[in-house]
Design a binder for this molecule. Structure first.
Ligand SMILES: [Zn+2]
Length: 269
Protein backbone atom coordinates (compact mmCIF):
# COMPACT_ATOMS: atom_id res chain seq x y z
CA UNK A 1 0.00 0.00 0.00
CA UNK A 2 1.58 3.33 -1.11
CA UNK A 3 1.71 6.60 0.77
CA UNK A 4 -0.95 8.19 -1.44
CA UNK A 5 -3.23 5.33 -0.59
CA UNK A 6 -2.84 5.82 3.17
CA UNK A 7 -3.55 9.55 2.88
CA UNK A 8 -6.60 8.82 0.75
CA UNK A 9 -7.92 6.41 3.39
CA UNK A 10 -7.46 9.02 6.16
CA UNK A 11 -9.26 11.70 4.08
CA UNK A 12 -12.09 9.28 3.23
CA UNK A 13 -12.56 8.26 6.87
CA UNK A 14 -12.52 11.94 7.89
CA UNK A 15 -15.31 12.61 5.40
CA UNK A 16 -17.26 9.60 6.68
CA UNK A 17 -16.83 10.92 10.25
CA UNK A 18 -18.13 14.41 9.31
CA UNK A 19 -21.09 13.09 7.32
CA UNK A 20 -21.77 10.75 10.24
CA UNK A 21 -22.02 13.76 12.57
CA UNK A 22 -24.38 15.59 10.19
CA UNK A 23 -26.64 12.56 9.76
CA UNK A 24 -26.53 12.10 13.56
CA UNK A 25 -27.83 15.66 13.89
CA UNK A 26 -30.62 14.81 11.43
CA UNK A 27 -31.45 11.67 13.47
CA UNK A 28 -31.97 13.82 16.59
CA UNK A 29 -34.44 16.00 14.69
CA UNK A 30 -36.15 12.97 13.11
CA UNK A 31 -36.55 11.13 16.46
CA UNK A 32 -38.14 14.26 17.94
CA UNK A 33 -40.45 14.74 14.95
CA UNK A 34 -41.62 11.12 15.01
CA UNK A 35 -42.36 11.55 18.72
CA UNK A 36 -44.29 14.81 18.21
CA UNK A 37 -45.96 13.53 14.97
CA UNK A 38 -44.48 16.31 12.85
CA UNK A 39 -43.50 15.69 9.23
CA UNK A 40 -39.73 15.46 8.83
CA UNK A 41 -39.55 17.70 5.75
CA UNK A 42 -41.61 20.61 7.10
CA UNK A 43 -40.36 23.49 9.24
CA UNK A 44 -36.96 24.41 10.62
CA UNK A 45 -35.32 22.92 13.70
CA UNK A 46 -36.36 24.62 16.90
CA UNK A 47 -35.79 24.59 20.65
CA UNK A 48 -38.17 22.00 22.19
CA UNK A 49 -38.79 24.35 25.18
CA UNK A 50 -39.35 27.85 23.77
CA UNK A 51 -39.93 26.86 20.08
CA UNK A 52 -37.42 29.46 18.85
CA UNK A 53 -36.18 28.57 15.34
CA UNK A 54 -32.50 27.69 15.52
CA UNK A 55 -29.90 29.67 13.55
CA UNK A 56 -27.38 27.83 11.35
CA UNK A 57 -24.62 28.28 13.95
CA UNK A 58 -26.79 26.58 16.55
CA UNK A 59 -27.09 23.49 14.33
CA UNK A 60 -23.41 22.53 14.01
CA UNK A 61 -23.07 19.00 15.42
CA UNK A 62 -21.42 18.73 18.86
CA UNK A 63 -19.70 22.17 18.56
CA UNK A 64 -22.94 24.17 18.95
CA UNK A 65 -23.87 22.21 22.05
CA UNK A 66 -20.40 22.75 23.55
CA UNK A 67 -20.37 26.45 22.56
CA UNK A 68 -23.80 27.03 24.12
CA UNK A 69 -22.71 24.99 27.19
CA UNK A 70 -25.71 22.69 26.73
CA UNK A 71 -28.31 25.49 27.05
CA UNK A 72 -30.74 27.16 24.62
CA UNK A 73 -29.46 30.60 23.50
CA UNK A 74 -32.93 32.15 23.92
CA UNK A 75 -34.61 30.52 26.94
CA UNK A 76 -31.45 29.13 28.62
CA UNK A 77 -33.22 25.83 29.35
CA UNK A 78 -30.87 22.82 29.25
CA UNK A 79 -30.45 20.92 25.97
CA UNK A 80 -29.97 17.20 26.64
CA UNK A 81 -26.46 15.68 26.38
CA UNK A 82 -28.22 13.06 24.25
CA UNK A 83 -28.04 15.37 21.21
CA UNK A 84 -24.22 15.51 20.91
CA UNK A 85 -24.04 11.89 22.15
CA UNK A 86 -26.23 10.67 19.23
CA UNK A 87 -24.17 12.76 16.76
CA UNK A 88 -20.90 11.25 18.06
CA UNK A 89 -22.38 7.74 18.20
CA UNK A 90 -23.57 7.92 14.58
CA UNK A 91 -20.18 9.24 13.46
CA UNK A 92 -18.33 6.46 15.33
CA UNK A 93 -20.73 3.88 13.89
CA UNK A 94 -20.17 5.10 10.31
CA UNK A 95 -16.38 5.08 10.69
CA UNK A 96 -16.54 1.56 12.22
CA UNK A 97 -18.71 0.32 9.33
CA UNK A 98 -16.40 1.91 6.72
CA UNK A 99 -13.38 0.23 8.35
CA UNK A 100 -15.16 -3.10 8.76
CA UNK A 101 -16.53 -3.38 5.20
CA UNK A 102 -13.42 -1.90 3.54
CA UNK A 103 -15.08 -1.33 0.13
CA UNK A 104 -12.79 -2.66 -2.61
CA UNK A 105 -15.42 -3.59 -5.22
CA UNK A 106 -18.55 -1.82 -6.42
CA UNK A 107 -20.66 -4.52 -4.77
CA UNK A 108 -18.89 -3.87 -1.47
CA UNK A 109 -19.57 -0.14 -1.88
CA UNK A 110 -23.27 -0.79 -2.24
CA UNK A 111 -23.15 -3.09 0.79
CA UNK A 112 -21.42 -0.37 2.85
CA UNK A 113 -23.89 2.34 1.80
CA UNK A 114 -26.86 0.14 2.77
CA UNK A 115 -25.18 -0.61 6.11
CA UNK A 116 -24.66 3.14 6.80
CA UNK A 117 -28.38 3.81 6.32
CA UNK A 118 -29.33 0.70 8.30
CA UNK A 119 -26.95 1.64 11.12
CA UNK A 120 -28.45 5.12 11.43
CA UNK A 121 -32.03 3.78 11.37
CA UNK A 122 -31.15 1.32 14.14
CA UNK A 123 -29.47 4.09 16.18
CA UNK A 124 -32.65 6.20 15.87
CA UNK A 125 -34.72 3.17 16.94
CA UNK A 126 -32.39 2.60 19.92
CA UNK A 127 -32.73 6.21 21.12
CA UNK A 128 -36.51 6.20 20.66
CA UNK A 129 -36.98 2.86 22.46
CA UNK A 130 -34.69 3.89 25.33
CA UNK A 131 -36.65 7.13 25.84
CA UNK A 132 -40.24 6.11 25.10
CA UNK A 133 -40.29 2.27 25.15
CA UNK A 134 -41.45 1.94 21.57
CA UNK A 135 -39.85 0.94 18.28
CA UNK A 136 -41.65 3.14 15.70
CA UNK A 137 -42.52 1.71 12.27
CA UNK A 138 -40.85 4.79 10.76
CA UNK A 139 -37.45 3.31 11.72
CA UNK A 140 -38.08 -0.44 11.90
CA UNK A 141 -39.84 -1.00 8.56
CA UNK A 142 -37.25 0.75 6.33
CA UNK A 143 -34.55 -1.05 8.37
CA UNK A 144 -36.22 -4.39 7.56
CA UNK A 145 -36.39 -3.50 3.84
CA UNK A 146 -32.66 -2.61 3.83
CA UNK A 147 -31.89 -5.89 5.65
CA UNK A 148 -33.70 -7.87 2.94
CA UNK A 149 -31.62 -5.88 0.42
CA UNK A 150 -28.41 -6.93 2.21
CA UNK A 151 -29.48 -10.60 2.20
CA UNK A 152 -30.25 -10.42 -1.55
CA UNK A 153 -26.92 -8.66 -2.16
CA UNK A 154 -25.03 -11.48 -0.42
CA UNK A 155 -26.64 -13.96 -2.84
CA UNK A 156 -25.75 -11.81 -5.89
CA UNK A 157 -22.20 -11.35 -4.52
CA UNK A 158 -21.47 -15.02 -3.86
CA UNK A 159 -23.40 -16.18 -6.95
CA UNK A 160 -25.20 -18.91 -5.02
CA UNK A 161 -28.12 -19.23 -2.64
CA UNK A 162 -26.14 -21.65 -0.40
CA UNK A 163 -25.54 -18.85 2.13
CA UNK A 164 -29.14 -17.65 2.00
CA UNK A 165 -30.98 -20.69 3.36
CA UNK A 166 -29.23 -20.91 6.77
CA UNK A 167 -29.80 -17.16 7.08
CA UNK A 168 -33.52 -17.43 6.31
CA UNK A 169 -33.92 -20.37 8.70
CA UNK A 170 -32.11 -18.43 11.48
CA UNK A 171 -34.34 -15.42 10.76
CA UNK A 172 -37.53 -17.49 10.91
CA UNK A 173 -36.43 -19.27 14.10
CA UNK A 174 -35.25 -16.18 15.98
CA UNK A 175 -38.17 -13.95 14.91
CA UNK A 176 -40.53 -16.91 15.54
CA UNK A 177 -39.32 -17.32 19.14
CA UNK A 178 -39.77 -13.58 19.69
CA UNK A 179 -43.25 -13.75 18.20
CA UNK A 180 -44.17 -16.54 20.65
CA UNK A 181 -42.78 -14.55 23.64
CA UNK A 182 -44.63 -11.45 22.44
CA UNK A 183 -47.87 -13.36 21.89
CA UNK A 184 -47.69 -15.39 25.13
CA UNK A 185 -46.92 -12.34 27.28
CA UNK A 186 -49.61 -10.24 25.58
CA UNK A 187 -46.88 -7.79 24.50
CA UNK A 188 -45.81 -7.08 28.11
CA UNK A 189 -42.32 -8.69 28.02
CA UNK A 190 -41.28 -7.53 24.58
CA UNK A 191 -42.96 -5.28 22.02
CA UNK A 192 -43.89 -6.20 18.46
CA UNK A 193 -41.01 -3.98 17.30
CA UNK A 194 -38.60 -6.46 18.89
CA UNK A 195 -39.88 -9.16 16.48
CA UNK A 196 -38.86 -6.93 13.55
CA UNK A 197 -35.45 -6.41 15.18
CA UNK A 198 -35.00 -10.17 15.59
CA UNK A 199 -35.77 -10.63 11.86
CA UNK A 200 -33.29 -7.88 10.94
CA UNK A 201 -30.57 -9.57 13.04
CA UNK A 202 -31.22 -12.92 11.35
CA UNK A 203 -31.11 -11.36 7.87
CA UNK A 204 -27.90 -9.34 8.18
CA UNK A 205 -25.70 -11.43 10.49
CA UNK A 206 -23.84 -14.68 9.87
CA UNK A 207 -24.56 -17.63 12.19
CA UNK A 208 -21.59 -16.90 14.45
CA UNK A 209 -22.36 -13.18 14.57
CA UNK A 210 -26.00 -13.93 15.44
CA UNK A 211 -25.04 -16.21 18.36
CA UNK A 212 -22.71 -13.53 19.77
CA UNK A 213 -25.37 -10.84 19.21
CA UNK A 214 -28.03 -12.79 21.12
CA UNK A 215 -25.54 -13.60 23.92
CA UNK A 216 -24.55 -9.92 24.30
CA UNK A 217 -28.17 -8.66 24.11
CA UNK A 218 -29.54 -11.00 26.80
CA UNK A 219 -26.59 -10.63 29.17
CA UNK A 220 -26.46 -6.87 28.83
CA UNK A 221 -30.23 -6.70 29.34
CA UNK A 222 -29.97 -8.86 32.48
CA UNK A 223 -27.06 -6.84 33.91
CA UNK A 224 -28.75 -3.47 33.30
CA UNK A 225 -32.13 -4.77 34.52
CA UNK A 226 -30.68 -6.17 37.75
CA UNK A 227 -28.59 -3.02 38.31
CA UNK A 228 -31.69 -0.83 38.01
CA UNK A 229 -33.54 -3.04 40.52
CA UNK A 230 -30.53 -2.91 42.88
CA UNK A 231 -30.45 0.89 42.60
CA UNK A 232 -34.22 0.96 43.28
CA UNK A 233 -34.80 2.77 39.98
CA UNK A 234 -37.04 -0.09 38.84
CA UNK A 235 -39.05 -2.79 40.58
CA UNK A 236 -39.17 -6.39 39.46
CA UNK A 237 -42.58 -5.73 37.97
CA UNK A 238 -41.57 -2.73 35.87
CA UNK A 239 -40.29 -3.26 32.36
CA UNK A 240 -37.34 -1.87 30.48
CA UNK A 241 -37.10 -1.55 26.71
CA UNK A 242 -35.35 -4.55 25.14
CA UNK A 243 -34.74 -2.96 21.72
CA UNK A 244 -31.55 -1.07 22.72
CA UNK A 245 -29.93 -4.31 23.95
CA UNK A 246 -30.80 -6.11 20.71
CA UNK A 247 -29.35 -3.27 18.64
CA UNK A 248 -26.14 -3.09 20.72
CA UNK A 249 -25.95 -6.89 20.46
CA UNK A 250 -26.35 -6.70 16.67
CA UNK A 251 -23.35 -4.40 16.29
CA UNK A 252 -21.27 -6.32 18.87
CA UNK A 253 -21.99 -9.50 16.87
CA UNK A 254 -21.20 -7.81 13.54
CA UNK A 255 -17.90 -6.24 14.59
CA UNK A 256 -16.60 -8.80 17.10
CA UNK A 257 -18.52 -12.04 16.38
CA UNK A 258 -15.88 -13.80 14.28
CA UNK A 259 -12.98 -12.51 16.43
CA UNK A 260 -14.70 -13.64 19.65
CA UNK A 261 -15.33 -17.12 18.24
CA UNK A 262 -11.70 -17.46 17.10
CA UNK A 263 -10.50 -16.35 20.54
CA UNK A 264 -12.86 -18.78 22.25
CA UNK A 265 -11.81 -21.70 20.02
CA UNK A 266 -8.16 -20.68 20.53
CA UNK A 267 -8.47 -21.38 24.25
CA UNK A 268 -8.98 -25.08 23.52
CA UNK A 269 -6.20 -25.48 20.96
ZN1 LIG B 1 -35.26 27.62 24.07
Amino acid sequence: MGEMNTEWIVVSLGMVAIYGLLVGSFLNAWVWRVHTHRPIAKGRSMCPHCKTTLKWYELIPVLSWLGLKGKCRTCHKPISWQYPAVELANSALWVSLALYFNPATSMAWLQLVIWLFLGSLLLAALVYDARWMLLPDAFVIPATVLSIGLAVLSVVDSGSTADLWPRLIATALFAGIFFIIWYASGGSWIGDGDIWLAAIMGLVLTGVQLVVAIFVAFNLGAIVGLSLIALHKKTRKSTIAFGPFLIIGLFAGLFFGEALLNWYLGIFV
